[in-house]
Each structure stands twice: as C-alpha cells, then as structure tokens.
Design a protein around this ligand. Structure first.
Ligand SMILES: Cc1cc2nc3c(=O)[nH]c(=O)nc-3n(C[C@H](O)[C@H](O)[C@H](O)COP(=O)(O)OP(=O)(O)OC[C@H]3O[C@@H](n4cnc5c(N)ncnc54)[C@H](O)[C@@H]3O)c2cc1C
Length: 503
C-alpha cells in the first residue's frame, strides 16, 4: 500500500486542476496533484496527423457506453495537463449575458450563481497566465474588460485576411480569435499547421502543464504524482472526506488530506462521486440534490469545410478569425452562437471521419478548403447524464437539446461562406464521442436542492470537498470553455478560506 498526504489534494491536472494548483502555489499551500496519466512525451509523432487522428496515439483505450450499450471512444486525454495538451487554445471569455438567465425557444439557459463582474478579475489573471493574444474593438459581442489582452492578436495570414475582407464586405464584423500560444518576443511558437488537436512538440502551446502546473511545481509547495488513478472517495462518520482510494502505477494507493478537490473533467468527476456510493449514500457522494452526473452538456457543434475549387488555401496557422455577429441575436431575437476558423485540416485528418472517401480526393478538398466550427449553446437537461455501471464503466445518456438554434446558425454560416465565394460546404456534426467541451455534471448554485456545488465550487453536502472543472457550469454558453474553467479555478484558489475548508 502506497500512502500519500497533503493539506489540499487535487485529482486531475487539466485546465481545472492544473490552474488551481498554480493558484494554491501563490498562497504557499501544501498541495498534492494526483494525475492518472503520464507526461505526454515530446516526440515526432506529436505532429503526425496519422498518429494523432487515425492511430489515436494520445487517447486512452477506454470506451464509454451510450444509451444503446454501444461503446464509443470519448474525447478525453489522460495525460499531465489533461485535454489542454491537445486543445486548440482558443481562449475567449464568456460574455456577460452568458452568466444571466437567457430564454431560448426550446428552453432556458440558467443564470450562474455569480456575475461576469465577479469573475472578470480572474479572466484577466487567466489571460496573463495563459499568454492570451487578442484584440478589442472589433467583436460586437465582446464583454467589457478591466485590462487589455496581455498580447496583441495574431495577424491573419493573407488567405484568411481575404476571407475576413469578404465577410466584412457583407456587413459582418470578423474579429480576432483569442488564442493562447507563446508568441512573445523570443517565444517558442513557430506557428505551424499542427497546433489545434495536436500536442506541441516545442512546448509553445499554453496548456495547463506548461503555463500553470509546471510553474506551480517549481515553487516547491505543490507536488505531482503521475499514474495515480483515483477510484473512490471515503467519508468519515461526520460526512467529511477522510481519504481517497486508488492505484499508483498499479499499486494500491491511499491519500489523506484536509481538503479534497476533484478536477477530473466533467464526466470523470461526476463518475468518481457516483462510484463512491455506500450503503449510507446509495446515490453517491455530494448528491443530496440527485443532480450529480445530470445536466451533461457538450455544445452543439459542427465542423465545416468550405471549398472554393478555384483558390488554393496556402495558410499555415488558420485559427485566427471568428464571427460573433450572431452571438446574441440571430436576427430573430434569440442567440445564435459563434463561428470560428479552426486549425488547418489536412486530408489525412479528414480520413478519420470520411473513411470511405479516397485519400487523394480528401487531399484535393483540403488544398482548396477553409475549415471552421459552428458552435451554439445546448441546454441543461436532467435526462442527459453520466452514470457509472456496476463494473465502473462510464455511461452517457445524451440527446441533443436546443438544436433548432444550431440548425439556424449553421444555415447562416453556410450562407455567409457561399457569399464569400465558397461553392462547396461540407459539414461534420459532432456526435456523442466528440464531447471535449463537456460540462454541467455537478452544477453550481446557491440552493442545495437545485445544485451540487456552492458558488465557490464547494459541495453543499461535504464541507471539505470541491469540484473545480467544467462540471460546475450551470450553462454551456456558446464559447470555448477552457478560459472560463481557468478563471473559475483562480477564483476558487483566491477566494476560498482554505483554513475553514480544512478545519
Ligand atoms: C482536441 C481538443 C481541442 C480543444 N480545443 C479547445 C479550445 O480551442 N478552446 C477551449 O476552450 N477548449 C478546447 N478544448 C476543451 C478543453 O480542453 C477542455 O474544456 C478542458 O481541458 C477541460 O478542463 P477540465 O479541467 O475540466 O478537464 P481536463 O483538462 O480533461 O483534465 C482532467 C484531468 O483529470 C485526469 N483524471 C481523470 N480522471 C481521473 C482519476 N479518476 N484519477 C486521477 N486523474 C484523473 C485526466 O487524466 C486529466 O488530466 C479542446 C479539447 C480537445 C480534446
């Protein structure tokens, strides 16, 4: 039996856990981070589309089940830094409205238990920590900010600038994607085609290992154990967490501490709470509301490739442009969402989905296409949920919500790209396995009967237990989630009375 202990124990080193560790390091708090994965190696395969997309080199073997017992490979990466090691590093803030109650024709996007103003200082801090490049004054939906972006926006390459000009010619307001890469003077980023969806071989992407956990470890008060898979949380007779149980590189592991933070990602955090059920707590830990695992959201997303056969796309770093004209209003009084360019897609990457199309045809499409994502808000539903089977396997029950809004935004995206000269428009709608933006499975709020966590991510039921990741999100908004997870973690680190939690 391996035994470990620390004042604060964090499970998971992704955007939530890694950033929280950094925040605790600023306060000198003795912290242990437990990460089931290992450090992702820097190696030639980092940048090989076949290795990353076809061979799934950095994804776990693990499969989850859908409602029909069909296994699928989830969009998770069990490595130090979690999903941020492969993410696209688009780091926008949610908008002010995203923290308020919003009516959609299909239902309600609920309010968060704090306002944009409450989290704004931590967005500023997160942008600095994650070296975000961006601009103000172009985006019609942008929220107010107390400080400018720490770094200027990435200039569009000529091909993307032409797309921007064609969109602006339609009266739209294309703006700069807020992005976290190391383009400081002397920075390591060389702006390659293998950023979005790939690990960075140069350590130039602002992932949570590079920007948060690594510096936290260097400070001395934070330790990391890799290969530490936590399977169960044990409570004492007073209802406080007394220890965690799991394995360290296959050996039994027990971890004691004063405060425990679960940051395993929305599905795994909920799964851990549910799997820790006992005879006294048959529905799991921190679950008096019955909401642990429910309200699973993922965003309604569609990738598109807009094709102009007459124009070759020679772009290297494509992910610099977004369109937010429809974010708050699609022209019918209801929000639409965001349209963003994504990293340049290569034929071999298309092959992982278009399996029956010959590779040469895909290469030709990719040479003449510009790719993007249409992202709109899905709504919380108690029927969409994560559960854990008796053998410990994760099961996801999921039906799309609010999809009419997505169809409408997608139709608008197609229209503006056609008008911009793209005669072809291929779509790939996200399916259950494309769940990298998952959230909502341990929702935050002030009322213990309608939420799992308080506004500072602390369990209403278990005083020394917190969940700090996207599980907290009461709504998904229609923006990439990672900066908001980071800001949330920084807020929790700074505003929590850790002595009181640990007492
Ligand atoms: C390809 C891809 C592209 C993306 N692009 C973007 C983007 O451009 N912008 C954006 O905002 N978001 C993006 N995302 C999403 C973003 O990465 C996630 O929203 C974010 O990382 C979630 O943070 P988290 O802390 O909730 O979970 P994660 O970052 O996934 O971290 C969870 C960690 O917990 C560990 N863990 C899980 N279970 C256990 C356990 N039982 N014991 C110990 N450790 C455990 C995992 O190994 C992992 O390290 C992308 C994701 C992917 C996969």
């Amino acid at each position: 039996m391996i035994r470990e202990s620390a004042r604060v124990v964090i499970v998971g080193s992704g955007m939530g856990g890694g950033t929280l560790a950094w925040g605790l390091a600023q306060r000198g708090i003795d912290t242990l981070v437990l990460e089931r994965g290992q450090t992702l190696p820097r190696e030639p395969e980092n940048w090989e589309p076949e290795a990353v997309f076809l061979d799934r080199r950095y994804k776990p073997e693990e499969t989850w089940l859908d409602d029909d017992d069909e296994p699928f490979h989830p969009g998770v990466h069990y490595v130090v830094g979690g999903n941020t090691k492969l993410y696209g590093a688009a780091l926008p803030r949610f908008r002010e409205r995203d923290f308020t109650r919003t009516e959609f024709p299909a239902g309600v996007s609920p309010a968060w238990p704090f306002t944009y103003a409450d989290i704004e200082p931590y967005y500023t801090q997160a942008e600095s920590l994650y070296r975000v490049h961006g601009s103000t004054g172009l985006d019609p939906s942008e929220p107010w900010r107390s400080r400018p972006f720490p770094f200027p926006p990435l200039p569009h390459e000529p091909y993307v600038q032409e797309v921007a000009d064609r969109l602006a010619g339609q009266g739209l307001h294309p703006s700069d994607t807020a992005i976290g890469i190391d383009l400081r003077p002397g920075g390591a980023c060389q702006r390659c085609q293998t950023c979005d969806g790939f690990p960075c071989r140069l350590g130039a992407k602002s992932d949570s290992e590079t920007c948060a956990l690594g510096p936290a470890l260097a400070g001395g008060s934070v330790r990391l154990r890799t290969g530490a898979l936590i399977r169960r949380i044990e409570l004492d007779k007073h209802g406080r967490v007394v220890r965690l149980h799991g394995e360290l590189d296959g050996e039994p592991l027990e971890v004691e501490g004063s405060a425990f933070v679960i940051s395993a990602g929305a599905a795994n955090s909920a799964a851990l709470l549910l799997a820790s059920r006992t005879d006294e707590l048959p529905t799991g830990i921190a679950n008096s509301s019955g909401l642990v695992g429910r309200n699973y959201m993922v965003h309604n997303n569609t990738h598109f490739a807009a094709v102009d056969p007459r124009r070759r796309n020679d772009v290297v770093f494509q992910k610099t442009l977004c369109v937010h004209d429809f974010y708050d209003d699609l022209g019918d009084g209801f929000p639409g969402g965001t349209i963003q360019l994504i990293g340049k897609v290569q034929g071999s990457m298309m092959k992982s989905h278009a399996t029956r199309v010959p590779r040469r045809a895909l290469d030709r499409i990719a040479d003449h296409s510009v790719e993007g994502v249409v992202m709109s808000e899905d709504l919380p539903s108690v029927h969409n949920r994560v559960t854990v089977d008796p053998d410990g396997r994760i099961r996801v029950s999921w039906r799309r919500t609010n999809y009419d809004r997505h169809e409408a935004l997608l139709a608008r995206a197609k229209q503006i790209m056609r008008r911009a000269g793209y005669s072809g428009f291929f779509e790939q709608r996200f399916t259950i396995d494309m769940n990298s933006h998952m959230c909502g499975t341990a929702v935050g709020g002030t009322d213990p009967s309608t939420s799992v966590l308080d506004p500072l991510c602390r369990s209403h039921d278990v005083p020394n237990l917190l969940v700090v990741d996207s599980a907290f999100f009461p709504s998904s908004a229609a923006q990439n989630p990672a900066l908001t997870i980071a800001a949330l973690a920084l807020r929790v680190a700074a505003e929590t009375d850790w002595d009181e939690v640990a007492a």
